[in-house]
Design a protein around this ligand. Structure first.
Ligand code: COI
Length: 354
């Protein structure tokens, strides 16, 4: 099905790959030579094309610039030992983009279009997929409203793009997080489950305030009572309490993370008990205090598995046991990495080969 979609390709005359550090790429600082674009107008997606990576020309009245009518995804490709390009669960990202689109009143990008654009782009820029340990090609699909109109209504025109760039670790070491009880990331009936720009823009001030206090990220709590933990910055939140994997249910206010889903599956594969249920702040604190909290970590595409060494709540620092002794999160990261790089079998058909 994917090969029937026509994509016009214009190659760059000046590859930038020799300027990029593929051994130690920094997250989000370098982009590959090409990008994929498709336009939506008159009720259909058209003009599918790959062009040299470059700036967009946008009207100052563009509705996205004013009203944040934008959604995005994040996924990764890795290079296997024999040089194949392996993408992790792109079909899940294509589907989640459609879920975000529905909430934001945007037309869905068909899965075939998403997959064709991705496939052709990665074929062309395959040399940008790094192979050093801890590195990947980060893939950022995004969809923008394009009408040059500053009244409030859904746009009639949209653009879908895919850009990519080599990345290393998002968090270089275990993180310190603060449980946020003043600001709110998402409320019932809002856009918390959608991957839309405004969720991230609104989170900046509380995150920057926490960084000034020495924390890497926040743990968001529910908007109504601030008594339940939700997600952490750019990641879903997971705990190991008494050898059970505990995580808040993805729903209205929590992003349905693909890394989260993968870790839950890996835990079940390993015979570990998994509980997806509301998690009280008091349970988190009490479990650290009484020693039943063995591990806490964030799970996300960019962050992969980010171990949490300290949780701060209302003026008190709670230290987790020494991260070096943790076996569960280290094992999840190791298994995920090996599946992503083709080192071990892929029992759930998560890998898409380019
Ligand atoms: C990802 O993990 O891919 C994300 O989209 C988080 C991000 C905002 C860096």
């Amino acid at each position: 099905m994917t090969e029937t979609i026509d994509i016009n390709i214009t190659k760059t005359k000046h590859s930038k790959i020799h300027e990029a550090d593929l051994e130690k790429p920094q997250f989000g600082s370098v982009y590959s030579d090409h990008m994929f674009l498709a336009d939506y107008s008159n009720g259909q997606w058209q003009d599918l094309r790959i062009v040299p990576y470059g700036n967009l020309s946008i009207s100052p009245a563009n509705t996205t610039l004013h009203y944040a009518s934008t959604i995005f995804e994040g996924l990764k490709a890795n290079r296997s030992a024999d040089g194949e390009i392996l993408v992790f669960r792109p079909d899940a990202n294509a589907r989640r983009l459609q879920v975000s689109a529905e909430r934001m009143c945007m037309p869905p990008v068909p899965e075939e279009l998403f997959m064709s654009g991705l496939t052709e782009l990665l074929k062309l820029d395959s040399s940008w997929v790094p192979s050093a340990p801890g590195t990947s090609l980060y893939i950022r699909p995004l969809q923008l409203a394009m009408d040059p109109y500053i009244g409030i209504r859904p746009s009639n025109s949209y653009q879908f793009l895919i850009i990519t760039g080599p990345v290393g670790a998002y968090y270089a070491e275990p993180v310190k997080v603060k449980i946020e009880t003043k600001y709110t990331r998402a409320a019932q009936g809002g856009t918390g489950f959608a991957k839309t720009g405004g969720n991230y823009a609104a989170a900046l001030k509380p995150a920057v305030d926490a960084q000034k206090e020495g924390f890497n990220q926040l743990i968001w709590t529910d908007a109504k009572t601030h008594e339940f933990v939700e997600e952490s910055g750019t990641m879903n939140l997971m705990f190991v309490i008494n050898d059970t994997l505990v995580t808040a249910p993805a729903g209205d206010t929590i992003l349905n993370g693909i890394t989260r889903d993968s870790i839950i599956q890996l835990a079940k594969d390993k015979g570990m008990k998994v509980e997806e249920r509301p998690v009280r702040v008091s349970e988190v604190i009490d479990s650290i205090k009484n020693g039943s909290m063995q591990e806490a970590f964030g799970a996300g595409t960019a962050a992969t598995v980010a171990q949490i060494k300290l949780i701060h709540h209302e003026g008190v620092d709670y230290h987790l046991p020494p991260v070096e002794d943790w076996k569960y999160s280290a094992d999840f990261l190791d298994t995920l990495t090996k599946i992503k790089t083709g080192e071990i079998p892929d029992p759930h058909n998560w890998i898409y080969k380019i």
